[in-house]
Design a protein around this ligand. Structure first.
Ligand SMILES: [Zn+2]
Length: 381
């Protein structure tokens, strides 16, 4: 194959029939006919070239300086690379680096000098959580980072410092927890965590207020934090193949949600079998009566701890019940039409097992409470 530059026919590059340089339109250039003074190629493609690390190092180093300044994309996928060669720093305008399907075990320090990088793809390599340089946050223009299909058993902390990230793929690893520090990735619009071992999400996930696509399929989640209701931009929430029994009722607030995938979760069936109810304590029973009978109370006549206890009563969600609960509650699933497409199970709490039978709630509603009932129906969709 004709190559744009004689020097690119290094031993490594020439050993491949596919290594090539392309202009920005992706067309192969013919070096002989290239007009003088024209910019060099913007893409260097060394994919499927049978390269080891030193081969790529040589191929990158042996380009004329014109190429070092013009190349914006380096593709070296499907080789046998163990690391990223230092010579990559010569490419001052590098925007995209794709090293997917290699055997990378590290991101060396040199990568942090490529400060114009916008996208790094290193899917299907051998990267671990210790594989990243401390100064990864020097890549202040990095928007996309693709690390799916590696050996990460923890969320790499260095990645949490790259606050410019908009797209982060960490699928197909062995990650079991999402750190609270995820809150620092405020620009994230796509977070792909499918195919890991995640069993819990931090409340702080709700601070990713630009998030549009959140993929959590094929994990071990049993529930979602109520803070997901703060993800107001969320359009797609994929939860299939988890261990979720019910969703927080707050999910109904996600008015932009277009796609919600729930298949292969135990949802209600398993949940009903596991439902248990311990009777309320005497203190709770007394406090319930105080609230139900609207008996006035103040700090003048009550110790502070009792006063505080009485003020944290939760209303039973049965619209026909006017009872409250404190510590003892009964989990209840309500199916709600969602986006006109789905009927999803939402987790609510009732004051007593009797309240799950809507014909005879634990505490009957009087006429004066009918407005409460109306408002609650609106909230639950
Ligand atoms: Zn009730």
């Amino acid at each position: 194959m004709a190559s744009a530059f004689p020097s690119s026919s290094s031993s490594a590059a020439s050993s491949s029939s596919t290594s090539s340089a392309r202009n920005s339109a992706g067309q192969h250039e013919d070096g002989d006919r290239e007009p003088q003074g024209s910019p060099g190629p913007s893409i260097l493609d060394h994919s499927y070239a049978g390269m080891e690390s030193h081969d790529l190092a040589e191929a990158l180093a042996n380009q004329p300086s014109k190429v070092h300044s013009s190349v914006e994309t380096i593709l070296a996928t499907n080789n046998s690379l163990l690391t990223i060669p230092d010579s990559v720093v010569r490419y001052r305008n590098l925007r995209l680096l794709d090293l997917s399907n290699n055997q990378l075990t590290e991101f060396p320090d040199c990568i942090t000098q490529c400060v114009n990088l916008k996208t790094i793809s290193a899917r299907n390599n051998l990267l671990e959580e210790s594989s990243f340089p401390k100064n990864l946050h020097h890549l202040v223009r990095l928007n996309e980072l693709h690390l799916s299909g590696n050996l990460l058993s923890r969320f790499p902390v260095e990645v949490l410092e790259v606050t410019s990230l908009q797209i982060l793929h960490l699928g197909g690893n062995r990650i079991s927890t999402v750190p609270k520090g995820i809150r620092s990735l405020k620009q994230l619009e796509v977070l792909y965590l499918g195919g890991n071992l995640i069993n819990d999400l931090p409340f702080e996930i709700g601070e990713l207020n630009q998030l549009k696509v959140f993929v959590l399929c094929d994990n071990r989640l049993e529930s979602l934090p109520t803070s997901v209701s703060n993800l107001k931009q969320l359009k797609s929430l994929l939860l299939h193949r988890n261990r979720i029994t019910a969703l927080p009722v707050e999910l109904i607030k996600l008015r932009n949600l277009l796609e919600l995938s729930l298949r292969d979760n135990p949802l209600v069936n398993k949940f009903v079998r596991q439902m248990v109810y311990n009777p309320p304590s005497l203190m709770e029973l007394s406090a319930r009566t105080v609230k139900l009978k609207k008996i006035p109370f103040s700090t003048n006549e009550l110790p502070e701890n009792l006063f505080e206890y009485l003020t944290c009563a939760h209303q039973c969600v049965n619209p026909r019940c006017k009872g409250v609960y404190f510590d003892t509650r009964v989990e209840h699933i309500k199916f709600v039409d969602f986006c006109g497409k789905y009927r999803i199970p939402l987790l609510q709490y009732l004051c007593s097992p009797k309240c799950s039978d809507t014909q005879s709630p634990a505490y009957e509603v009087s006429d004066s409470d009918s407005e409460d009932e109306r408002i609650r129906r609106v909230l639950l969709g």
